[in-house]
Design a binder for this molecule. Structure first.
Ligand SMILES: Cc1cc2nc3c(=O)[nH]c(=O)nc-3n(C[C@H](O)[C@H](O)[C@H](O)COP(=O)(O)O)c2cc1C
Length: 223
């Protein structure tokens, strides 16, 4: 396991979007740990309705460069993670998830019965309202956020990417014919070849409110 010396707060404050990378590969043990941490991210109803495709081969990265309209990250970074949302996954059997929670003592049979029924009802309601994709994308993007922070803690750089053609990304990762899957986000990972200054954030009083949206900042809120 990689030794982490950076606090979570430090990782959050020092993470920057890096567009240029050194050609150095990421050791497999490090990538394994990063992916282990990614799947620790929570999901709605513990559905685990997202997958990650780690693309590190030359052909795959060239394909993602094509899919992103020539962004430098897939061409230069040794690994690009494609976060795939699975909006229909709730329809599948989740017996393995319940069994794990039962064995660990986290959930008992009574809880599982109620949870399972409630999650199905919740997802059916999302389906009626056309929101299944949006909710699965939320879960995938939370995992991507975990990856960006974990990578920073390991001394790696990342870039989230929205700039791509979904049909092309799906083709590259072998799901061109899967209408039940959606691409949520791409994240490049590697060793940085550039230092990027913090572009800054609006003052907190502009984007953080108490009790109601747009409410005036409290006197203690000096950020
Ligand atoms: C969802 C999302 C998608 C993004 N897509 C791209 C992208 O396609 N290409 C790129 O170079 N940067 C992309 N960015 C990076 C943003 O431009 C960057 O996060 C922002 O300017 C703030 O800089 P920082 O990440 O260094 O704090 C994306 C960021 C987010 C959160």
């Amino acid at each position: 396991m990689t030794k982490h010396t950076m606090s979570v707060a430090e990782a959050i404050r020092t993470r920057r979007t890096v567009r240029h990378y050194l050609p150095d590969p990421i050791p497999q043990s490090m990538l394994d740990e990063l992916l282990d941490l990614a799947v620790e991210a929570p999901t709605s109803w513990n559905l685990q309705d997202r997958s990650i495709v780690a693309v590190s081969g030359d052909e795959g990265r060239a394909g993602l460069a094509w899919a992103t309209g020539g962004q430098p990250q897939p061409q230069e970074a040794p690994v690009v993670l494609v976060f795939v949302a699975e909006p229909q996954a709730w329809r599948e059997d989740h017996g393995d998830v319940y069994e794990q929670a039962r064995r660990s003592g986290a959930w008992n049979d009574e809880f599982i019965a109620g949870f399972s029924a409630a999650s199905q009802a919740f997802q059916e309601d999302l389906d009626r309202r056309g929101l299944l994709r949006e909710y699965a994308v939320k879960d995938a993007v939370i995992a991507a956020s975990f990856v960006m922070l974990a990578a920073t803690g390991m001394g790696l750089a990342t870039s989230p990417m929205n700039g791509w053609d979904e049909a092309k990304v799906k083709k590259v990762i072998g799901i061109a014919d899967r209408d039940d899957l959606a691409v949520a986000l791409l994240v490049s990972v590697g060793y940085p070849a550039q230092e990027r200054p913090h572009p800054g954030r609006r003052p907190r009083r502009r984007t953080v409110f108490y009790e109601s949206y747009g409410a005036a900042a409290t006197p203690s809120q000096d950020g």
